[in-house]
Write a protein that binds this ligand. Structure first.
Ligand code: TEU
Ligand code: CA
Length: 522
């Protein structure tokens, strides 16, 4: 696992082979050679199960059926087979905190079936908790005179994990996919599944303190993993608003929970007071603190991190922390190096490897994401709502993968900058961002210090200069990163090993330069 790299595919926007405007499984099969050439080991596929698609597939109505929009079960079985021939494992997305309100279980619950009502969380009275998509986390059902909990959209009722039958259903679904040859599982917001015994109002927040890293979460994860035997697969948990102590348990080498976990604290450095929908500059001082805290903390806890900047819920990192203009290429490469030289397993989100940028939509009609559309209605009409969505919307990462310069029919508009930013004009260019990612992956597989070395962050007075060390036996790497468009002074007397400029720096780092120095490697 140490030298593996995961590539995340958002199938709806990856490759459309039948011209209906939606990416499909046949499109992923068509691009397996590209992914093999890039050098990735696993493909994390976001959900393609049957779903009304209110939350782009994270609202599942049948966990064992493929949404025909993507193709057939035979297509998926073919993908697993073809990927296996290229030593690429398929990782499926397991969304078990909630189902779709269209799931038969929930329909039976609404029809009054007490057995299935206990699959969900129905209460006579709601708490004041808020949904992560805005509004209340409870929806009233008149004919039952009850409220049900939905931490996300009202079309995503939360499952009751305290019900052992629910846990059996979850195991059954995991085994169904494991038997099909799935080699990895990503567990969606898995640290939210254990709710409190008593539901009470939260007078200091939105309620997350009561259900995040809940009372039985570790027991339930251990039970699921143990009873399905997936410790031999690659498993990763998405941990929402979690803590280091809990992540050491979730992904500790001996805790028998998951292989690794995502946390998101480093992606809230531009959320003032943790408010996603208020714009602010990224706080690089906070970023440095967080990476030091988490990298050194997870190391001390013998636990393993999933490393990432981008995914289908985040804006594009080159727009967020890099530069779309003069230093587009340098900043994209610097940001990639920063992640790929850290301790953990790197995740590449589709399009990140060619420096894809935010969408820069000009009208609300271009948006598709339920969270963004909800927030557009909830934000103050006097606010520059389109500017806020332009920076924050999850749709920024969901525009179609830019394979070439063509503008094709699609469920969401392709970024017109596909004219300049695409796979076709980078794949044969040795200096492209794409070929740089390919080099980073090769380096991780060539030098054990990158995959297995210890990590230590070095304090710097300049917030825009980040330095960390990697060390393994007598080998040392010192990694310098300039997160600004200015020259930054630095010095190092080791051997220049790798960087994102053609030549080694002199006594200052150039704009968005990363420079890796080594001792003992060669
Ligand atoms: O994301 C959960 C999550 O924490 C983020 O979605 C975040 O809360 C949200 O983007 C609001 O800022 C997972 C999936 O990755 C996401 O796509 C789903 O919408 C969500 O769970 C519900 O399944
Ligand atoms: Ca299609």
């Amino acid at each position: 696992m140490y030298d593996k790299v995961v590539y995340q595919i958002y199938p709806k926007s990856f490759k459309d082979t039948n011209g209906d405007g939606f990416g499909d499984i046949k499109g992923i099969i068509e691009k397996l050679d590209y992914l093999s050439w890039l050098g990735v080991d696993y493909l994390w596929l976001t959900p393609m199960y049957l779903s009304p698609e209110n939350d782009n597939g994270y609202d599942i109505s049948n966990y064992k059926q493929i949404n025909p929009q993507y193709g057939s079960m035979e297509d998926l079985e073919e993908l697993i087979k073809q990927a296996d021939k290229l030593n690429i494992g398929i990782m499926m997305d397991m969304v078990f905190n909630h189902t779709s309100s269209e799931h038969p279980w929930f329909k039976q619950a609404l029809a009054g079936d007490k057995y299935y009502q206990d699959y969900y969380i129905f209460k006579d009275e709601p708490t004041n908790w808020e949904s992560k998509f805005g509004g209340s986390a409870w929806e009233y059902i008149e004919n039952l005179d009850k409220y049900y909990l939905h931490l996300f959209d009202k079309s995503q009722p939360d499952l009751n994990w305290d019900n052992p039958q629910v846990r059996e259903e979850v195991k059954n679904i995991i085994l169904f996919w494991k038997e099909k040859g799935i080699k990895g599982f990503r567990f969606d917001v898995i640290n939210l599944i254990s709710k409190p015994d008593v539901f009470r109002d939260d007078n200091e927040g939105d309620g997350r303190r009561y259900y995040t890293d809940g009372p039985h979460v570790h027991d339930y994860i251990k039970e699921i993993v143990n009873d399905t035997g997936i410790e031999d697969c690659i498993t990763v948990g998405e941990m929402s608003s979690t803590s280091l102590d809990n992540c050491i348990k979730y992904s500790g080498s001996k805790t028998k929970e998951l292989a690794m976990c995502f946390n998101f604290h480093h992606l809230k450095i531009d959320y003032p007071n943790n408010q996603k929908w208020v714009l602010a500059k990224p706080d690089l001082k906070q970023m440095k603190f967080l990476f030091k805290y988490w990298q050194e903390g997870m190391q001390a806890g013998d636990a393993w991190s999933a490393l990432f900047w981008c995914n289908h819920d985040q804006p594009r990192i080159v727009s967020r922390l890099g530069d779309e203009g003069k230093y587009w290429m340098e900043s994209a490469k610097m940001l990639a190096t920063y992640i790929h030289f850290l301790r953990g397993t790197p995740y590449i989100y589709q399009g990140e490897e060619i420096g894809m940028t935010n969408a820069h939509f000009k009208s609300i009609d271009q948006y598709r994401d339920v969270e963004s559309l909800n927030m557009y209605q909830l934000l103050d009409k006097n606010e520059d709502r389109l500017n806020i969505l332009g920076e924050r919307s999850r749709d920024n990462s969901r525009t179609p993968m830019q394979w070439d310069t063509k503008i094709r029919k699609s469920w969401i508009e392709i970024n017109p900058n596909c004219k300049n930013i695409n796979v076709e004009n980078q794949i044969h260019n040795e200096d492209s961002i794409l070929n740089y990612y390919r080099k980073l992956i090769k380096l991780r597989k060539t030098y054990p210090i990158i995959a297995k070395g210890n990590v230590e962050f070095i304090d710097t007075k300049d917030d825009e200069l980040v330095i960390y060390k990697r060390f393994l036996d007598d080998d040392v790497l010192i990694c310098f990163y300039n997160f600004s468009d200015k020259n930054l002074e630095f010095d190092c007397d080791l051997n220049y090993f790798f960087g994102n400029y053609i030549s080694a720096p002199s006594n200052f780092l150039r704009p968005y330069e990363c420079a890796i120095y080594s001792k003992g490697i060669y």
